[in-house]
Design a protein around this ligand. Structure first.
Ligand SMILES: [Zn+2]
Length: 404
């Protein structure tokens, strides 16, 4: 049914053009734990042990996970101090409470929505962690409030950064996520706010910048060596600044981010619906008649991803990258939906409302939108050059130095 409808609407959708970011169903270099598990022989019977390396018995999933972690776990890098990982313990990781300051004013709903995307629809879909917004503390949301693990506050950094965060071993008064007003418009990189927050909350979970690894060859972005690699190097990681030889244009999550956060905090306790996000167009954007719907999907048992326009199924893709070109969409208001479905039928749906405005008919000019030019979208062809040397995100290094 869906496929038939997709066929009938082929005029609307042509072959995909990929953004630099390439989402994958699961890590395709380095195995995910599920892939590793599936490759290991298990003796028959309800309590059968796993057998690895020919004759080494492994009692259960938990033990097997430890072995996978040591051997296959390799794309995020966790902060270390004195050789030990700086992470939340088993209790804390499920109680990452925070408040959102009422000082955000008219932006409060926007920041709350974006935080929800970065947490419930982001990191929590990929690992056994839980962020909890304690709304009762919002009116008293400051660095001295002991009733939350951290506070989220607006800041005017004078253009120094979009946002900054902290690491798990910081004291309560230092545990702040500060969001500059420029982050609401994406800054120079035009990144979705939810992805900027996904990055910052990655620091909150203990992750360092992926570009500090030697593989990035990003001397201009050097920090220090206090990290332990959890996965193979991932140039597209949410923790990798694009301007530091990264390959992501929208700072979205990757399959290796899931592998990395799982290695540190364990997989979600039950099969959860896919981590699915629309990165472009952004909610409320005005676009030309031709544009890409850029999404990021991370899931270990993904079945397919469906694009709908105004409630009509347009196409269904079973393999990434999940970028859907749209051409010739009529002027006016439209709704773009995606449904990401896993093999157990769990579905994550995301939706944005957009407007197709006046275009230059492909020629464009002035301030009018040209084809494939999306406000807040995946700006294909952008390189690191425009952002070189500009600190766009976290200021954690400065904080670390201050603490020493
Ligand atoms: Zn950062």
């Amino acid at each position: 049914m869906k496929l038939a409808l997709a066929t009938s609407m082929t005029s609307l959708v042509v072959a995909f053009t990929a953004c630099t970011e390439e989402p994958h169903l699961s890590s395709n270099r380095g195995k995910s734990f599920e892939e590793f598990k599936a490759s290991v022989y298990r003796e028959p019977g309800e309590h059968g042990v796993y057998v690895i390396s020919g004759d080494v018995p492994v009692a259960n999933d938990a033990e097997l996970f430890k072995i996978w972690q040591a051997t296959e776990g390799g794309a995020l890098s966790v902060y270390t101090e004195g050789g030990a990982d700086v992470v939340w313990n088993a209790t804390q990781k499920k109680q990452l409470t925070y408040c959102v300051s009422t000082a955000f004013g008219a932006n409060k709903t926007t920041i709350e929505t974006a935080l929800n995307e970065a947490t419930k629809n982001g990191w929590e879909k990929m690992a056994n962690v839980k962020f909890i917004h304690v709304t009762a503390q919002d009116a008293n949301c400051n660095a001295a409030n002991p009733n939350v693990m951290f506070d989220v506050n607006p800041v005017n950094s004078g253009g120094q950064y979009l946002a900054r965060a902290f690491f798990p071993n910081f004291t309560r008064d230092q545990r702040n996520v500060l969001v500059d007003n420029t982050a609401f418009t994406g800054g120079a990189g035009n990144w979705p706010l939810k992805n900027v927050l996904g990055h910052e909350l990655g620091h909150v979970l203990g992750f360092r910048h992926e570009h500090i690894r030697p593989e990035a060859n990003a001397g201009q972005c050097a920090e220090d060596n206090q990290f332990r690699a959890l996965t193979p190097y991932d140039a597209a990681s949410v923790m990798h600044y694009p301007q530091c030889n990264g390959t992501s244009t929208d700072l979205s999550f990757t399959a290796r981010d899931k592998t990395g956060v799982e290695a540190l905090y364990g997989a979600p306790v039950v099969n959860v619906a896919p981590m699915a996000q629309i990165n472009a167009p952004m909610e409320g954007a005005t676009v030309g008649a031709d544009f890409d719907v850029t999404t990021q999907i991370v899931d270990e048992n993904l079945k397919d991803v469906e694009l709908l326009i105004d409630g009509n199924s347009v196409t269904v893709k079973t393999t990434g990258p999940f970028t859907f070109p749209v051409t010739g969409l009529a002027k006016g208001a439209h709704t773009i939906d995606i449904n990401a479905t896993d093999s157990e039928g769990l579905v994550t749906s995301r939706s944005v409302s957009i407007t197709v405005g006046n275009t230059g008919g492909g020629g464009g000019g002035g301030n009018s939108l040209t084809d494939n030019e999306i406000q807040g979208g995946c700006a294909t062809g952008q390189t690191s050059a425009p952002w070189s040397g500009v600190v766009l995100l976290g200021f954690v290094v400065g904080l670390l130095r201050r603490r020493r």
